[in-house]
Unconditional design. Structure first.
Length: 535
């Protein structure tokens, strides 16, 4: 929807729809509050509904903006902004704010609560207790009142009474223009024009963000260590603080299946205290110890498909096939994302309101898995790789940037020019429709806060360069337009070549759809994971 689009397009460059609308309110008030003679006029804001969040933010940023804020019990939603049904979560909101904090910051605005219930709301009670002040200080006393009438005439009377009492006017306000609107643009046309002007503004800001990123990571003038440090700083900023990890992984294993070439175990680990990681460990019967490969499924996928316990053609039994070639493999459940887009978005809102991405759960899970694999006598501890498809490919871009112990990484069906994937409506041949995230039903988590100002896929995957890295890309994969993949991978190759390791970065295009291909990837893994057996 339009409001979601505006919020997400602003969110990725460090803003929000509420921030845009707060700016609009300030512009409107500047014109309302002064007549030609410069006499200030009182202004009230009706914040009951869609203008609550931007209105309170505008009042907090400019305390003299409104003389009166009209609120209802809905203001309590600011205590749980992550539960708002709309897509408008502010990054890190609840690290610093709640309803009372914002109302306190709007220190020159009186408050009128429209509440028909005989018992005052808790927000009203707290506002009276904390915001009306101590008359002994001599400071201006804020007025916090209630109106039991929700009828328009009753609310208007309460607002009028407050403004005329608190701000008596010596003269009548200036007359407004009586220009006839007949023959002018329709309301629909005005709305469309306003929406497009905002999107154009945001597109310009996004173009500026790309330029800033390119300047930040321009290789001439940097050293490899400086480059990697800049990537690390950006990764921390876009992902938020690390989650507390379990000190005791409480590793538990159980035999699940014996096959001719390998044995399958069920595994449980604790990543974050109280959060368990589950998966399948496949151990070859001979040629041990061996390198290990973490095989990550995507959304709607399951580790059963990778382990060959159930059939799903896009994963092509990857963990089973690799184990048959002599690798120890681990196929974990994704920690979150079950329940479809609605389930993902609910968790994302909670995380974003605290200033953290849900990917932090996956990072903690990856740390737990690497700890577990390195503790196993069957595994060559320094030869552990990560291989993910689709959302598992998303994981293979983000998570290894936080895990230096991985020896190699493979991304399938996800690597992209990330800014285009998040913002473009371009149709890239051989596709016949746009497939970027604004045009499909994709989860809120892809639109990470301020990511366009910080880094793209090329920077993520070169965080620990020259660690070997490979992309496999289907020419008929609608998730990864080939021209975008080629353009972004050229930046990866440039970074690897600059570090003197051009042969450690590879891209394989194959004639196929969104799936595991693995032909060139098997050769890549054999070359870079020392001690691996098999063809």
């Amino acid at each position: 929807t339009d409001d979601e689009m505006l919020h997400l397009m602003a969110f990725m460059i460090g803003g929000s729809r509420a921030g845009l609308e707060a700016g609009e309110l300030r512009t409107v008030v500047r014109h309302l509050a002064n007549d030609p003679a410069g006499r200030p006029l009182p202004v009230a804001l009706d914040g009951r509904g869609g203008l609550l969040l931007p209105g309170v933010i505008a009042a907090a940023l400019q305390p003299d903006l409104f003389d009166l804020l009209v609120l209802d019990t809905g203001v309590a939603a600011l205590d749980h902004q992550e539960e708002d049904v709309r897509v408008n979560t502010l990054w890190g909101f609840h690290r610093d704010f709640d309803a009372l904090t914002l109302l306190a910051m709007a220190e020159q605005s009186d408050l009128l609560f429209v509440e028909p219930a005989p018992t005052p709301s808790s927000t009203f009670g707290r506002a009276v207790t904390w915001l009306t002040g101590d008359p002994r200080t001599g400071e201006r006393q804020r007025v916090v009142t209630r109106s039991g009438s929700t009828a328009p005439d009753g609310v208007a009377a309460a607002v009028s009474s407050h403004l005329t009492t608190a701000h008596r006017q010596a003269e009548a306000p200036p007359a407004l223009s009586s220009e006839n609107r007949s023959g002018s643009a329709s309301d629909d046309d005005r709305y469309r024009q306003a929406l497009l002007s905002k999107l154009t503004f945001l597109e310009r800001k996004q173009a500026e963000a790309r330029w800033r990123r390119e300047q930040r990571y321009a290789l001439p003038g940097l050293t490899p260590d400086t480059y990697r440090q800049r990537v690390a700083e950006s990764v921390r900023r876009v992902m938020g603080p690390e989650l507390p990890e379990a000190r005791d992984r409480r590793a538990r294993t159980r035999l699940a299946l014996e096959r001719p070439a390998h044995v399958v175990y069920e595994v449980l680990l604790e990543s974050v205290p109280g959060v368990e990681t589950a998966g399948y460990l496949l151990v070859p019967r001979d040629r041990l110890p061996a390198p290990a490969i973490i095989c990550q499924h995507g959304l709607s996928g399951r580790p059963d498909y990778l382990a060959g316990l159930e059939e799903q053609w896009i994963y092509d039994r990857l963990a089973e096939r690799l184990s048959d070639k002599g690798y120890v493999t681990f196929a974990p459940f994704m920690n979150w994302g079950w329940g479809g887009t609605a389930g993902r978005d609910a968790l994302v809102k909670h995380a974003y309101a605290l200033g953290v991405t849900p990917n932090r759960f996956e990072v903690a899970q990856l740390h737990a898995i690497v700890d577990f694999l390195q503790s196993r006598p069957e595994v060559l501890a320094e030869q552990i790789a990560f291989y993910g498809l689709s959302y598992g490919g998303h994981a293979s871009v983000w998570l290894p940037a936080c895990e230096p112990r991985l020896a190699a990484v493979v991304t399938a069906g996800h690597f992209n020019d990330w800014q285009n994937k998040l913002t473009s409506t371009e149709i890239t041949p051989p596709l016949v429709r746009p497939t970027s995230y604004p045009t499909v039903d994709e989860g809120y988590d892809m639109f990470t806060f301020n990511v366009l100002n910080e880094l793209g896929h090329a920077e993520f995957v070169t965080r620990f360069a020259p660690r070997p890295y490979m992309v496999e890309n289907g020419l008929r994969d609608t998730v990864t337009p080939t021209t975008w993949v080629d353009r972004e991978f050229a930046r990866v190759q440039a970074a690897f070549a600059w570090m003197g390791a051009a042969d450690a970065a590879e891209l394989e295009h194959f004639d196929g759809p969104h799936r595991i291909w693995a032909e060139g990837t098997f050769r890549f893994l054999r070359r870079h994971l020392h001690g691996a057996a098999g063809g």
